[in-house]
Every structure is written in C-alpha cells, then in structure tokens.
Write a new protein. Structure first.
Length: 123
C-alpha cells in the first residue's frame, strides 16, 4: 500500500490522502477516554493519552499501527482542549504520519468525556 499526503499543514495534518494498493480498510468507531476498568480520568491530557492508547489497541487487533491511519475525526467538548489534545497527539504520531483530520466541538454521550476519536486505516 502507498499513502500520499497532500498539502500538509504545519501541525502535521494532510489536507488530503491518496491510498493506492490497499487491500484492507479498518473503520474504527469512536474511542473514548475510559480504561478497561471503566475509569475516566478528569484531566484532558490524561483523557487524550487514554483515547490514543485505546485507538492503538483497535489498530493492533487488525495488525495495523498509527502509520496505517488515513483519516481521523476528533470530537472535543470544548475548543480550549485543542492545544492539550494536539500536544498529546504529537507524542503518539511521528512527523511522517500525516492523516487527514476533522475536529468537531460537540457534546459527547458521557458527560465525563472531553474527547472521542474515530479513525479509518488502510493497509
């Protein structure tokens, strides 16, 4: 599979991704900031780390990694959480991983959640 990113932003996001030769696509439903024990941290930074960890678990189950991600939709309950989420994201994504991203400010199902992320990956 070959992934080509176009018009990469200073933040590392691609405006478009072209995927050629993929034989598998993985559609990951919204990953939320709850651990296996159901505990939801209060802090947006901790919630962000947990959401990325949960996303990685789903990717690993399909023999994929963050490098396979071509599209992310990030839901935040408050625009002010954007900087903290971006700082955590940069710890998980290397400079060569450039998915397309849409960020939406919205209410989430559980009022404790400050972030939720869904993804599309290709291999």
């Amino acid at each position: 599979m070959q992934k080509t990113a176009y018009s990469v932003t200073p933040g590392g996001w691609a405006q478009a991704n072209k995927v050629a030769g993929a034989t598998q696509f993985l559609f990951i439903s919204g990953q939320v900031p709850a651990g296996a024990d159901g505990v939801v941290p209060e802090d947006i930074t901790e919630q962000s780390h947990l959401v990325w960890a949960n996303l990685k678990v789903q990717l690993a189950a399909a023999d994929m990694t963050l490098e396979n991600v071509v599209k992310l939709t990030i839901f935040l309950t408050d625009q002010s959480y954007g900087k903290a989420m971006a700082a955590v994201r940069s710890q998980h994504f290397g400079p060569n991983i450039q998915p397309t991203v849409t960020t939406i400010i919205a209410g989430l199902f559980d009022p404790r959640w400050k972030i939720e992320i869904e993804a599309i990956a290709a291999a």
